[in-house]
Design a protein. Structure first.
Ligand code: PRX
Length: 629
């Protein structure tokens, strides 16, 4: 039996960039820009780095001691300095940096100058609490501007931040505080979610009770009267900073100084503390934000992620601020108070770049196209998607709902890669469902388990062949686990995803290698089957797993959520199977289909297939600290 993955899904639609998109784009000719960048990657990355400010220059661009990389060796810099001081010195000092909208429509607008002052006060406050370069701070805040302020303040003085998404439970938070040995936790009294108030402080109380390294807890009190604080250990955010000066020198840090730890477990296993550093991460997030979204000074950039995830770190906070962009960030969910929420925000603030997720698009699809039609979306010019394969059906819907002529950047990357790796640029012809090609300076391939390049249309492992500046430097306190990324497949970084390249070199991600289903000697990725399922008009969302089967090895079981108004029936199930048959052939057709009302997802929206599988087979699901529901 071949170890390669079968590719069944055929998608032939191609969208060319509009004249308007072409006229605006930084990169006019991807092919030649890519060739040049790959001929001399160190030259390419050092030219990018020169667009930013360094306190002292590097003596060597890359030191590669497999699998350990150091980029911009000998240089000193500070990412927060590049996000703030670099702009405050120019006309951008009064430019809007952040437009924040609360779930209750409260609005806060913060300029670069004001953000700079708030960050400096916060950095001084950190120093007053005794925090020093290299110490760790856990940030457990809802989506409020203080989350961004706290991250940048840590970065400014070389303190390492560990942002934990504020939906995590007390044990999950405690585990992350303890692993990082954080001295300080920054939190809030409450967060808001679909109109409900949820108490965050009580979660922190439980977590801190078991975390002896924590000396202080700073609390942003959003409610009046505010919660009572246990002084002197607990401090009110405003009291903490009101006497602090708005000036604080940015620490000159080695380019390899850690910027943050971000715990990821994604869909599998025990959380790992992915470590990113100031220099390389700054270069990677800066240039990907600029080129992928074609970011210009007059854009309003809306990324729906939470800074608790890597997308928030790289594409709400660091990448956009490094570019001096105006960012819109909004607390709350896409369907609250109604499914027009995001379209309304786009209209209200004249958003031009909109970066979202397939899971959110599928959620909005369920409510139909009338919602986006109610709003003026004409300011949009570039769209983005991240987090999962975007199935062609959702891609087409997103494209139509936003006016048919805006390119969708399907960006593939990971917490570990730090920045976008596989992605179109706005001038690259698009194929719905494909993340297209490698970003400049990135060498990607699809290989077998020995690292041999596979021919077109053969599924295999997605790998990166050379180090890149924004790559993680290690797993916190677990270098052995870091090494597994680089020694699973000889001489390359194995992402753990399966993928195939088509005859034009376009990459199609097919799911996680761990989720591959083996049916009668064929190996299928989950994404293709799920994509075929959601191409049926009645299906809103789908997840598939493999179940042991005496005859064929594994059989496919599908769990699906129907669109609003659709009713389960024998005929409907049959027509869904027929649809998959038409799309993929017999091999892809699930033998069982269960209609469900929800699917287990990570808090960032990814389907946890291993939880479905464990439940189906009556097994232990392992760590489920990241599960949403
Ligand atoms: O399986 C891939 C999927 O998300 C994984 C990375 O998850 P995480 O570290 O949480 O980061 C998410 C935000 C970058 C990948 O290994 N993934 C992410 N983006 C895509 C994707 N799969 C297909 N297409 C994408 N655009």
């Amino acid at each position: 039996m071949s170890e390669n993955i079968n590719t069944l899904l055929k998608e032939s639609r191609v969208y060319q960039p509009s004249a308007q998109t072409k006229a605006a784009a930084y990169i006019q000719d991807y092919e030649s820009a890519y060739k040049q960048s790959i001929a001399d990657p160190e030259g390419f990355w050092s030219n990018v780095a020169k667009e930013l400010e360094w306190f002292t220059a590097w003596t060597k661009v890359l030191e590669w001691n497999y699998p350990w990389a150091k980029w911009f060796v000998g240089a000193t810099c500070n990412i927060a300095y590049n996000c703030l001081d670099r702009h405050v010195k120019t006309w951008r000092k009064n430019k809007v940096a952040i437009i924040w909208v609360g779930e209750n429509d409260q609005e806060r607008i913060i300029t670069y100058g004001e953000l700079y002052r708030q960050v400096n006060r916060c950095a001084n406050g950190l120093k007053k609490l005794g925090l020093q370069k290299g110490d760790r701070v856990t940030i457990y805040l809802p989506k409020v501007p203080e989350q961004i302020v706290a991250m940048l303040a840590c970065a400014r003085i070389g303190v390492i931040h560990s942002v934990v998404y504020s939906g995590f439970s007390a044990p999950a938070l405690a585990n992350r505080i303890q692993d990082a040995e954080a001295k300080l936790v920054i939190t809030a009294d409450v967060g808001f979610d679909r109109g409900k108030v949820f108490n965050i402080k009580s979660v922190v109380d439980q977590a801190v009770a078991n975390s002896p390294t924590v000396e202080h807890v700073v609390v942003l009190r959003r409610q009046t009267p505010g919660v009572t604080l246990a002084t002197p250990k607990e401090i009110d955010w405003h009291d903490w900073l009101k006497a602090e000066k708005a000036v604080c020198e940015a620490e000159h840090l080695d380019a390899e100084h850690p910027l943050y730890i971000l715990y990821t477990s994604g869909t599998t296993g025990k959380p790992k503390g992915v470590v990113h550093v100031h220099g390389g991460y700054m270069v990677g997030t800066y240039i990907t934000t600029k080129y992928v979204f074609d970011l210009k000074d007059d854009d309003v950039y809306f990324c729906v992620a939470d800074p608790g995830w890597v997308t928030g770190h790289s594409y709400i906070v660091y990448g956009p601020l490094l570019n001096g962009a105006t960012i819109l960030t909004a607390e709350g969910k896409p369907d609250y108070p109604n499914p027009g929420r995001w379209w309304d925000l786009i209209e209200r603030y004249g958003v031009s770049i909109f970066y979202t997720t397939p899971t959110a698009i599928r959620l909005l699809m369920r409510y139909g196209e009338d919602w986006p039609k109610k709003y003026d979306l004409s300011t949009l010019r570039i769209l983005g998607s991240v987090g999962e394969p975007i199935n062609p059906e959702a891609w087409e819907w997103f494209h139509r709902a936003t006016g048919e002529n805006k390119p969708i950047m399907d960006t593939w990357w990971q917490t570990e890669t730090g920045a976008i790796m596989i992605t179109p640029l706005p001038t690259v012809p698009l194929k719905p469902g494909s993340a297209t090609r490698a970003f400049l300076g990135i060498e990607a391939d699809v290989v077998d388990s020995q690292g041999n390049s596979l021919p077109a249309n053969t599924g295999g492992f997605a790998v990166i062949k050379k180090p890149w500046p924004a790559m993680m430097r290690t797993i916190y306190k677990d270098p052995e686990r870091y090494k597994t990324y680089w020694n699973t497949i000889p001489n390359c970084y194995a992402a753990g995803d399966i993928c195939h390249k088509d005859e034009n070199g376009y990459l199609w991600f097919m799911g996680r290698a761990d989720d591959v289903i083996k049916v009668a000697g064929n190996r299928l990725g989950t994404a293709e089957v799920e994509s075929a399922l959601v191409s049926h008009h009645a299906v809103a969302e789908a997840a598939v797993i493999g179940k042991p089967h005496k005859l064929v090895g594994e059989s496919i079981k599908a769990f699906i959520i129907l669109k609003q108004g659709e009713v389960e029936s024998h005929a409907l199930i049959q027509s869904i199977k027929d649809q998959v048959l038409k799309e993929l052939g017999k091999i892809g057709v699930p033998s069982e289909i269960d209609i469900v009302s929800s699917l287990p997802k990570t808090r960032s929206g990814k389907i946890m297939r291993r939880v479905l599988k464990a439940k189906e087979l009556g097994q232990d699901p392992g760590d489920i600290s990241t599960i949403e529901d």
